[in-house]
Write a protein that binds this ligand. Structure first.
Ligand SMILES: *Cc1c(COP(=O)(O)O)cnc(C)c1O
Length: 712
């Protein structure tokens, strides 16, 4: 998950990397210079495979993950490719006498898991093992821990690869590595070699910034030069058992990948498949070129001349890849993809507008104030995962939920930073509060004492009731509030209150809010006088910020404004911000029916046609969040840019609208229930108002059954 869409460089480098692998297996410079060939094929070309691992890691390993589904899909796809490649190479295995070996079964098992059944195929099991290990480490330890651990694995692998000459001088180590080598021919495998590059790829995806171009290029040149020096020294000293792994390789890869990510432009489709096919097919093409050379009697040119041989193998591999991918494109079954839960109706979440709102709100808050994003009730129906992950990527580091389970859900997605739970949590769950590093609201003294007694070190914010009379310590009971600071196991990191009528600019309401604010600051002063260290302070919700923008707080708890809508279309605020709605609700017509004047539609015969009418049936109802109170013309939808009134009662799963006056409506025509269609717009606030409620309720009831489609 990354905002950076500059994958053009990755696409092109895949081809370069595939050719570098061909280089390794054909030694193009061997006829001319042995040292040059060593540098090209045993040092420089060694960036190819780590690049492929990093690319997979870049797309696969993310801090923000919903579950292991992505990993499973990667493993399945790689396993299928592996299977196909193994079958493809069986004739060559037969020819080379592979199956005539003694101890065939253990040898095959070992090859299946580590070494590959043909020399270049080790890459595929290594990719699977490496991905799984990296995934597991990142989940468990976070990126830093995973990187350190996988780097340790790499170093251990190094000692069995190009540094083995040193290792084998220590008898104990020699014994350890020798038993290792009975399991896997090399340490260049999925356990020691691949994980660090997968983790590094994920890290690069997570990183916000690239290096300045000059620094990246310099870094790559210097680290490559040093790696050459390292390799040549090792070779001179005769220490290399194998030559895939160098101390400087991960550093080279960091600089190289950083440069690659700097290329922006249009993506070219199919380069990834082409690169994969070149990789898989080139050993077969080496055999093919040799056969051809024998047939044409051109051995001296096509095989003995290493450069011509390399070029011939490249051309043959590219041609074979082109033919196969054309065939595949022709044969592949094409099924239109519909995301589960979005075929009937769906919520469209505009993450670009979310980002815009965050920027506008940040600019409106005082500089020392931080946005605390309220994401309770599935981010007001906008999708907890989609919204929270995007906010986190945008740098939001404080979140608010209503319940502990919502808080845990955020942590499972990988959301870092502060997560404040507004509501009551059963004190028996104190251990989970600590385990997931959640911040619990103390709702009164009794609750605080009870939570403290659980003996778990929990972070808490104190809620102060300054007049809303819902949750909180009474503002005029400083003794109780002060006592919370002395709790043995609770660490007070914040204190807040909530304004009960901040949305109103009526004089009496304003006065009441001012009074609440006054009481809150009065209490803070009293606490300070008693020697309490005042923690982070917050008061404003969305309307608190819009109507009391001058308050100097550490946080503002922003919910509805983040989603770009007012609670009601009639609200006026002191601060008028350019906020944009994030959610649209859409569906499409499933069928049209004509009803004659006098015929009814739907439950209770609530609608009887006054004229011959065309009615469109929509597959969405109140169980999807569209209010039943909009029945019988109270609500309307947009079709082909024109309003169509609801006829009859909104049912649980369907509803009907009158489209008699709208041309070109068919089964499948798009319908907007909330959002914009052409020049017309139906705002969530309008819908909520027509249904006799506020946007907050309308939105928070959505998304239980409807799927989400996100846009940037
Ligand atoms: C829900 C909630 C908010 C967010 O309110 P919005 O009006 O949606 O910004 C803030 N504080 C508390 C205590 C809440 O319950």
């Amino acid at each position: 998950m990354t905002k950076n869409k500059s994958y053009t460089g990755i696409d092109f480098f895949r081809i370069i990397a595939a050719i570098l692998v061909v280089t390794i297996h054909t030694s193009p410079l061997a006829s001319y210079t042995r040292t040059g060939d060593f540098i090209l094929t045993r040092v420089i070309a060694r960036v190819a495979v780590p690049f492929f691992f990093m690319t997979s890691g870049f797309f696969l390993i993310s801090r923000y993950s919903r579950g292991p589904g992505k990993l499973a899909a990667f493993l399945k796809k790689t396993a299928l490719i592996y299977l196909a490649a193994m079958i493809l190479y069986i004739p060559l295995n037969l020819y080379s006498g592979y199956f005539r070996a003694d101890d065939l079964l253990p040898a095959i098992l070992k090859d299946l898991v580590f070494d590959g059944t043909f020399y270049h195929l080790w890459y595929l099991p290594a990719a699977m093992l490496g991905a799984a290990i990296a995934w597991f480490l990142v989940r468990r330890l976070g990126f830093r821990g995973a990187f350190v651990l996988s780097l340790c694995l790499y170093l251990a692998g190094l000692a069995g690869d190009s540094y083995y000459g040193l290792t084998e001088k220590v008898p104990f180590l020699r014994a350890v590595y020798d038993s290792l080598f009975s399991l896997s021919d090399y340490t260049r495998n999925g356990v020691f070699y691949a994980p660090v590059f997968f983790v590094l790829g994920g890290l690069m995806a997570q990183r916000e910034k690239r290096l300045p171009r000059g620094l990246g290029v310099c870094g790559l040149c210097v680290s490559l030069a040093l790696m050459c020096a390292e390799a040549l020294t090792l070779r001179r000293l005769g220490l290399q058992r194998h030559d895939s792994m160098y101390v400087l390789l991960p550093l080279c890869m960091f600089f190289l990948f950083d440069i690659i990510l700097g290329f922006e432009g249009k993506r070219l489709k199919g380069l990834d498949t082409a690169a994969l096919l070149i990789y898989l097919l080139h050993p077969a093409m080496i055999v093919a070129v040799r056969l051809l050379a024998r047939l044409l009697n051109m051995w001296a040119l096509l095989v003995d001349n290493s450069l011509v041989h390399f070029i011939a193998v490249c051309l043959a591999s590219a041609a074979a890849a082109a033919v196969l991918s054309a065939l595949w494109a022709r044969l592949r079954p094409r099924r239109a993809k519909v995301l589960p839960g979005t075929d009937r109706a769906y919520l469209e979440i505009d993450l670009g507008n979310l980002r815009h709102n965050v920027e506008v709100l940040n600019a409106a808050m005082p500089p020392e104030c931080r946005l605390m994003a309220v994401v309770k009730a599935s981010a007001y129906g906008h999708g907890m995962y989609e919204v929270a992950v995007r906010l986190s990527e945008l740098g939001v580091r404080a979140f608010v939920t209503a319940t502990i389970d919502e808080g845990i859900e955020l942590r499972r997605y990988g959301i870092p930073g502060e997560i404040l739970i507004l509501g009551h949590t059963a004190t028996e769950r104190a251990r989970e509060l600590r385990k997931y590093d959640l911040t619990q609201t103390l709702i009164d003294r009794e609750y605080g004492d009870l939570l403290d007694k659980q003996g778990q070190n929990v972070k808490v914010h104190l809620k102060i009731d300054t007049g809303m009379h819902r949750l909180g310590y009474a503002w005029d009971d400083p003794d109780s509030v002060f006592a919370a600071f002395g709790a043995k196991h609770l660490r007070v990191t914040g204190i807040y209150t909530h304004l009960g009528s901040s949305e109103s600019l009526e004089e009496a309401d304003r006065q009441y809010s001012e009074e609440q604010i006054c009481r809150f600051y009065g209490l803070l002063k009293e606490l300070e006088a008693r020697g309490a260290a005042i923690p982070k302070v917050h008061i404003q919700s969305s309307y608190g910020l819009l109507n009391y923008p001058d308050l100097r707080c550490d946080y503002a708890r922003i919910g509805i404004s983040l989603y770009g809508v007012p609670s009601s279309p009639h609200d006026r605020t002191r601060l008028e911000l350019d906020l944009r709605p994030v959610l649209s609700m859409k569906t499409s017509v499933v069928l049209l029916r004509t009803v004659k004047a006098g015929q009814c539609v739907g439950y209770d015969r609530a609608f009887v046609a006054e004229r011959d009418s065309v009615i469109a049936v929509l597959p969405v109802g109140y169980a999807d969040g569209y209010p039943r109170s909009l029945s019988c013309g109270k609500g309307h939808v947009l079709i082909n840019g024109r309003p169509a009134p609801v006829v009859g009662r909104v049912c649980m799963d369907q509803m009907a609208v009158d489209v008699t006056h709208i041309p070109d409506v068919r089964a499948g025509t798009a319908v907007t229930l909330i959002g914009r269609d052409g020049a017309e717009e139906i705002s969530a606030a309008q819908v909520a108002d027509a249904a006799g409620t506020i946007t907050n309720e309308l939105l928070s009831r959505m998304g239980k059954r409807l799927g989400l489609i996100t846009r940037d």
